[in-house]
Design a protein around this ligand. Structure first.
Ligand SMILES: C[S@@+](CC[C@H](N)C(=O)[O-])C[C@H]1O[C@@H](n2cnc3c(N)ncnc32)[C@H](O)[C@@H]1O
Length: 297
């Protein structure tokens, strides 16, 4: 694609599913694993050049809204000595919501507009997504959003002070479908520890995915963690479970099986999340959305 889309969509994130199925091009993909957080997470090195309105938004708004972090070894890494000072960056003290993998900034800017008394930090490695977020910040004339181009685990390990975040959001993280790539998924035991580190006592972690096996992985990781309590434990089980529906109806290109999800634990759709491009794309493909909401114990 040589021109910028008039309206952002999931496709403009270049590669919404980093490990495409057989027969699709993957030669240009390069995963990045930082020494700082080598095993738990890697991400696809997506395009980083800006054009047109995104470049313009960057030029006009980056100085005010982009957190200029000192780097360690890569351009998405964070110097471990750097600590984010929310009060100084926002010029006020307010509840802080951190969205990890904010993509085009749809969810974070929508929420920021509706909740001017809350501070929002968007964490994303994909530069054009951050530029698009800046565009939205400018269009909506928001003052309560900051963005940072950084590898999320590093942000959670050292950049954010412990106990400083009221909510963490992880919406539609890269699914890494292939079994041998599951280790690259963001939501896993080590990552849960990092989220617990930054949350205030009683802080909330909201997650959503449109892939049932990743949803099950999220539920397993968080239910097994002593740091989190499922706010919807046992809810939406059996016939009411989206997992039961995926199994029975053979969604996600699976063969139908009569496997009932007796455990449940799925949250209602988070009302504070606007319909993002990724969620919309999932609907169009006939996939179901799994929401999970946990409180730090
Ligand atoms: C599938 S997209 C979803 C975007 C957005 N949450 C939404 O719902 O539209 C996943 C996003 O996570 C970002 N991401 C992946 N790994 C990351 C990491 N280690 N640190 C920060 N962002 C990451 C990707 O660049 C991508 O924009």
């Amino acid at each position: 694609m040589t021109t910028e889309p008039a309206l952002p969509d999931a496709g403009s994130l270049n590669s919404p599913e980093p490990d495409p199925g057989p027969g699709t091009a993957s030669a240009t993909q390069e995963t990045v694993e930082t020494a700082h957080f080598r095993s738990p997470v890697s991400f696809v090195r997506r395009g980083s050049r800006l054009q047109g309105r995104r470049q313009q938004a960057w030029d006009e708004l980056a100085e005010r809204f982009v957190i200029d972090v000192p780097r360690a070894e890569a351009d998405t890494s964070v110097d471990p000595d750097y600590v984010f000072d929310a009060a100084a960056e926002f010029g006020r003290t307010a509840p802080l919501v951190v969205e990890i993998g904010s993509g085009l900034g749809e969810a974070v800017t929508h929420a920021a507009e509706l909740n001017p008394d809350t501070n929002y930090l968007a964490v994303e490695v994909y530069l054009p997504g951050l530029a698009q977020t800046l565009q939205r910040i400018g269009q909506k004339e928001l003052t309560n959003v900051r963005v940072v181009q950084a590898n999320a685990p590093e942000v959670l390990t050292t950049m954010l002070p412990a106990g400083s975040v009221d909510e963490v959001w992880v919406f539609f993280p890269d699914p890494w479908h292939k079994t041998r790539h599951h280790k690259r998924r963001m939501v896993k035991d080590e990552f849960a520890e990092l989220v617990a580190r930054v949350l205030v006592p009683g802080g909330i972690w909201r997650l959503a995915t449109d892939w049932s096996d990743y949803a099950v992985q999220m539920r397993e990781v968080l239910d097994a963690s002593a740091r989190f309590v499922n706010l919807h434990d046992g809810e939406r089980a059996g016939d009411d479970s989206p997992l039961t529906r995926v199994n029975r109806e053979g969604l996600e290109n699976k063969a139908p099986i009569n496997d009932v999800d007796t455990r449940g634990g799925w949250a209602p759709r988070f009302e504070g999340r606007t319909l993002t491009s990724f969620e919309n794309k999932a609907h169009q493909a006939g996939r179901l959305i799994f929401d999970l909401t946990y409180r730090k114990a």
